[in-house]
Design a protein around this ligand. Structure first.
Ligand code: 4NP
Length: 158
């Protein structure tokens, strides 16, 4: 059985598709592709069907990460399929907590900040949508930190 991980933000066009693509890059590099399934979704469905924000795609591409995901809204059934549902900020966490159908589902919800090792002064992944280029670079720095931790955890599970 593959470990199934869902990254969740608000619009699913900036932070969570970048997290998914970055994690996929690390998973592929570590030869774990047959053990891990990754996806991303948004608590808000207004961008459903859209590709990721061009600013985020450009910033990620500069780090060798290709974001191909199309936005979709998170749904209650996601708690059946996924083992870990990882929220980018506290608003996402609370929306997921309300959506979760039972306590078992609630236990699957994590905050991305739990995986930060170098950027411990950050308690959430800040929404870059209304920010300049630096906002997107900061998000990618934070995602690199947390995804590295997550991939190490997956490796240590064997
Ligand atoms: P994301 O960024 O949650 O990282 O995908 C946002 C994208 C769109 C909106 C907000 C945040 N929006 O309000 O449309």
């Amino acid at each position: 059985m593959k470990q199934q991980i869902l990254f969740v933000c608000l619009g699913n066009i900036c932070r969570s598709p970048a997290a998914e693509a970055m994690m996929q890059t690390l998973v592929d590099r570590e030869g774990l592709s047959d053990r891990v399934y990754l996806d991303s979704a948004g608590t808000y469905g207004g961008h459903a069907g859209e590709r990721a924000d061009a600013r985020m795609r450009r910033a990620a591409a500069a780090r060798g990460i290709d974001i191909t995901h199309r936005s979709r809204q998170v749904r209650e059934e996601d708690f059946e399929r996924f083992d870990m549902v990882i929220a980018m900020d506290d608003n996402n966490y609370e929306a997921l907590f309300r959506l979760a159908p039972n306590r078992e589902a609630q236990f699957k919800i994590y905050r991305f900040r739990e995986f930060l090792r170098r950027h411990t002064d950050w308690s959430y992944i800040p929404d870059p949508y209304y920010e300049g280029h630096e906002g997107f670079e900061l998000v990618l720095d934070l995602l690199e930190d947390g995804c590295a931790t997550l991939v190490e955890e997956l490796k240590s599970r064997g």
